[in-house]
Design a protein around this ligand. Structure first.
Ligand SMILES: NC(=O)c1ccc[n+]([C@@H]2O[C@H](COP(=O)([O-])OP(=O)(O)OC[C@H]3O[C@@H](n4cnc5c(N)ncnc54)[C@H](OP(=O)(O)O)[C@@H]3O)[C@@H](O)[C@H]2O)c1
Length: 332
């Protein structure tokens, strides 16, 4: 395969709004270093974390190409270790950085061959997001059948998958979502109660959660909204319950005095996917579980829209403007 020297890519040179995403047509194609693959990306996932790096909420060196995951074809194999025996032409998915581009150089350790029967689109609709929700439901707090779970932003990229995983475990799910269309979507996944937390009626979602759980509160809250919901989440959790804060869609949870947890003996967690899949064994464990769920049809994927690379700024606006359901993707 002869490789070009330049490619299309989206560069961020300084932090800011979607306008700092610069579409380039002549960006240098990277050279795979030791232990890396050069992948010709087909589909790249857009995740909320990309906006945190763009705005500077999460500091990262600039200039930077965003994009933590993509699916494509191995274009070259760098020198050094290659334990999974990747070959040029293999269809692979990867987790790293630099996905908003035609080519990415990524570690062999976080790349995996895509099995037959799983499309690039379905995998990017569920790869980073699906691995995250599996770790949240199995490790951060191992959800049990019959437990009450409150899940915010249940119609989003992660939420759409998490609702299904929680229902497959047999949990009783209270989802929140903004707007009638999102509420209907979450209901269609089998959520027991769905609250439109942006509506007049749903604004007091804590009260509704208390009513539904007989005044007790939920066993666990999965809160990726952060700033706007953290106080309500603390009210809605039961005595001896757990709150998992795993994102900042509305801004980060402010510094929290620990004695706020005392009255109800609440446990809190602030996990990140990458902390759960550091070793190859951990990575493969969750990837294989995800492949099994996709191949068996047990996990449905919803793609909001596939944007061309040059429309990435619009994709970020749609994601941050709460206009999307399911996952936003880019075609490289
Ligand atoms: N810790 C980890 O390892 C990890 C991994 C993956 C994702 N995450 C987190 O999970 C969350 C979901 O990520 P995603 O990529 O799947 O995004 P997403 O859920 O598709 O989009 C975010 C959703 O959050 C809701 N939201 C509430 N308040 C908002 C506000 N002020 N501005 C924007 N959105 C708001 C919106 O849904 P409504 O309109 O229904 O309110 C919006 O659609 C993010 O917080 C992300 O950081 C964490």
């Amino acid at each position: 395969m002869s490789l070009p020297t330049t490619m299309k890519a989206v560069l961020v040179e300084q932090t800011g709004g979607p306008e700092v995403l610069q579409f380039k047509t002549d960006y240098p194609v990277p050279t795979p270093a030791e232990g890396q693959l050069l992948v010709k990306n087909n589909i790249c996932g857009i995740n909320y974390i990309d906006t945190y790096f763009r705005t500077g909420l999460y500091p990262s060196p600039k200039p930077e190409i965003l994009g933590r995951e993509a699916a494509g074809t191995v274009a070259a194999v760098g020198p050094g270790p290659n334990p999974a025996n990747f070959q040029v032409g293999d269809r692979v998915a990867w987790l790293a950085t630099g996905g908003y581009a035609e080519y990415s150089a990524v570690s062999v350790g976080k790349a995996v061959k895509i099995p037959a029967g799983v499309s690039d689109e379905d995998l990017m609709g569920s790869f980073l997001s699906g691995l995250t929700v599996l770790t949240l439901a199995k490790e951060t707090y191992p959800v049990q059948a019959g437990e009450w779970v409150l899940l915010h932003a249940a119609a989003g990229g992660a939420g759409f998958l998490m609702t299904q995983i929680l229902k497959s475990i047999g949990a009783k799910v209270i989802g929140t979502a903004g707007g009638a269309e999102k509420v209907a979507l979450v209901k269609s996944l089998g959520a027991d109660v769905v609250i439109d937390y942006r509506s007049e009626e749903g604004k007091d979602w804590v009260k509704k959660v208390k009513e539904v759980t007989g005044g007790r509160g939920v066993d666990v809250v999965y809160d990726s909204v952060g700033k706007d919901t953290w106080e309500g989440s603390l009210e809605a959790v039961k005595r001896k319950g757990t709150i998992v804060w795993f994102g900042n869609a509305s801004g980060p949870v402010p510094p929290l005095p620990l004695n706020k947890l005392s009255p109800k003996c609440v446990k809190i967690a602030r996990p990140t996917l990458f902390g759960y899949i550091e070793t190859r064994e951990e990575f493969e464990f969750y990837v294989n579980e995800l492949f099994r769920l996709l191949q068996s049809g047990q996990l449905k994927v919803k793609i909001h829209k596939i944007y061309p690379l040059e429309e990435v700024a619009q994709a970020h606006k749609d994601l941050e403007g709460r206009k999307s359901t399911g996952k936003l993707l880019l075609r490289a």
